[in-house]
Structure formats: C-alpha cells, structure tokens
Design a binder for this molecule. Structure first.
Ligand code: GTR
Length: 395
C-alpha cells in the first residue's frame, strides 16, 4: 500500500453492481454542501483514481521554455506558428516536450486555445515544412506519421478561422504507446515517487504532460489562459479526461470516443471491458487496476466520478453511432450520474436527461454529441467542439 494512502485493499472492497454515489464518502458520509465537496470528497476521489487506476504522479519539476525566436507564418498567412520546447531542469536526462502552437493572425488580444494531444507527431497536423519531424514514432509501420497525414482529423484551419489557437504535443515525446520497459518519462522520476503498483502509468503521464503545456500557455501573453480547452481522441480522450479531472486550469474538457478507462462506465457489458483493456493495454493503468479485471463492480468509483472531478467546468463527451466499442449510451449514463455534483456546485449539468439524437449537440456544462459514422476525429466533431467552446467561452 502506498505511504500516502490508508485505502482498502482490493479484497476488502464490497461489490457494488450499481454506479457508486459520487457524493458519498468511503466512510459512508454523504456530502451535501460545496465546502465538503472541495475539502473532503473531491480530494478523496482524486486519491481513489490515483490509487486504483491511473497512478500517483509527481509534482512538476522546474521548467524552462524555449520559444523559437522568429515565429513563422502558416496557413497562407492566416496563422502564426510558434515552436516551443518545454524543458525539465530535473531529473537529469528527461527529454523535452515539443509544442506546436498555432495562433490566428492578426492577433486581436489573447485568444482561447485548444490543447490537442496527438498520436502521430506535431508535423502530421498540417503539411508545413516549418514543423520539425517527430523525434520518435510509436507506430512500428507508420503511414499515418507522414507530414500532414493527420490534417483531416485536426482541422487546423477551421479552428483558426473561428478565432482559436491550437497547441499540440506528441504523446511519444512523453511515453510511447507500448509496453517496452524503461521507456517514457515515468522512469526518470521513479526514485522520487516510489509508489510501486500505485505508480503513474501511461494515461496519467500523457495527462501530466498536458498540464505542462498549460504551464507554458500561462506564460504566453498571446494566449487567454482562462480559456484553455483540452481535446483528445480515443486513448488520448481518456488522457484528456484524466487531465481535466486533475488540473483545474483546464477550463473545458473534450473526450472524443474515449470509451473504457475514459468516459464509459467500467461496470458495463457493452463495448470494451476492464478485462479486455487491462490485458490489451496493461501499461495504460497502474498495476493495481489489473485486479479489477474480472470484478469491476468492486471499484469504489466509476467514470462518472472522474467526470465529477471536472465540475463545475464544462465537459463534453462526443461519440459516433457505429463506435459501440466506446459505449456511447453508457457514456451518457456517466454524465447523468455525474450531474448531481454539477448541481451541488450550482453549475447546471445536463440540458436534458434524454440522450440527444444523432447530429444534435447538447451543450449544458455536461455536454454530449453523437454523430453518424465510426471511430475517428472529423470536421463534424470539430464543428461540435467549436460550438461547445463558443457557448462556454462566449466567443
Ligand atoms: C482500442 C482500445 C480502445 C481505444 C482505441 C483507440 O484498441 O481498445 O480503448 O483507446 O483503441 O485509442 O483508438
């Protein structure tokens, strides 16, 4: 058991087939006011997710930001391209994080920015030779890693035309998406953390890196740091939700088709199961989570509690009808179950308890969008993200 955590062992946890009440403490006390949410239940839930699922992450070390001196012009003059290197002054040897930042040009004051977690390299987001090639590739065979190959998914021009910036980093800089031992930033910190089976795993490392991007954005005068939205698709949607839950500076969180371990309930027979995900991708979660593979009903939490950690900030789950692996219906149930926390905090919640029809955006502080089609990030998704952000950022 972790030094910080006198939490029950797996075998001591009761089976709870229904989603646990997000407002009930482990000791049974029910939270009925803001103060107890912020001082008691929210810290408890953070610890539960760290302990049983994503792992404990270290405090950020001192950072240095190197901004390439002459920002280039991109998108035929519509955008300014900044290349920023985020360097960690300790522990020694930790590789830097390369950030791609695109801002609308001309700039009329600080702008809201989407932070996008990308899978195939910053240079794949747009076909611009000014963006350096990724220094590592996580795909063994990587046709998707060619320059501009992910442009259709990232819709950079659509984002810029609507007056937003886009900041993006490549997960491979942080932790390649594979189970090879010794890879990734975590092992540089292992002496300092020592959480054993409760230590941070890949999803938490990606989420932690998103927070380091926010650290930079807070220093950039061209960015409105009170209007930072975070977006991730699928496994990176899981990471986006973790980051939104743990970092209150992220003003708006969007998890697209994030499924099991993200926006979908662990207690579900639809789509990907905890059993499947912990055997296919064990390194996404801490070692403790493996124990719940056959008995997710023993978890003292479920993903509605992660959504509740985002409260009162706006949160959007977006899905595609044919992507049943990500359990679109279960994700709406998760929002429904998180709503009492939004209500307690006076933050609204769902606009309607009825799941929206295909193509309709529900844009309450707990937002939901379902489009036709399959597992991917598309211009239609971005159109919903932008409408959701416009509404909450009052663009
Ligand atoms: C699948 C995995 C999902 C989801 C997806 C993706 O193989 O089972 O949890 O993350 O990959 O990231 O595209």
């Amino acid at each position: 058991m972790s030094k910080r955590s006198p939490l029950p062992e797996f075998s001591e946890l009761p089976l709870q087939p229904e989603l646990p009440d997000p407002l009930r403490m482990l000791d049974g006390l029910r939270i009925t006011n803001h103060k107890d949410w912020w001082e008691r239940r929210r810290p408890e839930l953070r610890r539960l997710f760290e302990h049983y699922m994503y792992g404990y992450a270290p405090a950020p070390p001192p950072l240095e930001f190197r901004v390439e001196s002459a920002p280039a012009t991109a998108l035929r003059g519509k955008a300014t391209l900044k290349l920023v290197t985020i360097e960690f002054s300790e522990p020694e040897g930790i590789p830097p994080l390369e950030l791609l930042l695109l801002l609308p040009k001309p700039l009329r004051g600080p702008v809201p920015v989407f932070v996008g977690i990308n899978f195939s390299g910053n240079h794949t987001l747009l076909a611009d030779p000014a963006v350096p090639e990724a220094r590592c590739h996580q795909l063994e065979v990587h046709p998707r890693a060619a320059r501009g190959a992910a442009a259709g998914a990232w819709c950079v021009e659509q984002i810029i035309d609507r007056g937003y910036g886009l900041a993006s980093f490549h997960t491979c800089d942080v932790k390649p998406d594979r189970a090879r031992p010794g890879e990734g930033i975590q092992h540089y910190f292992s002496a300092a953390t020592e959480h054993g089976p409760y230590d941070w795993a890949t999803l938490r490392a990606w989420a932690w890196a998103a927070s380091r991007v926010v650290d930079y954005l807070e220093t950039d005068a061209d960015v409105d740091a009170r209007r930072i939205a975070l977006v991730g698709h699928s496994r990176l949607g899981k990471a986006a939700l973790v980051a939104g839950a743990f970092d209150e500076r992220i003003a708006l969180t969007i998890a697209l088709q994030s499924g099991c371990g993200g926006a979908a309930p662990s207690r579900s027979s639809v789509g990907e199961s905890v059993q499947h995900i912990t055997s296919a991708f064990p390194y996404w979660f801490n070692a403790e989570f493996q124990k719940f593979a056959a008995e997710p009903a023993r978890l003292p939490l479920d993903q509605h509690c992660l959504a509740a950690l985002v409260a009162p900030r706006p949160l959007l789950f977006a899905n595609a009808v044919d992507d049943t692996w990500a359990n679109p219906v279960g994700q709406f149930e998760v929002l429904r179950a998180a709503a009492p926390v939004y209500q307690l905090l006076g933050a609204g919640g769902l606009q309607s308890a009825r799941m929206p029809s295909v193509g309709e955006l529900q844009s309450g502080s707990l937002g939901y969008f379902l489009r036709a089609g399959t597992h991917s990030m598309t211009a239609e998704d971005w159109s919903a993200f932008l409408r959701f952000a416009d509404q909450h950022f009052q663009q």
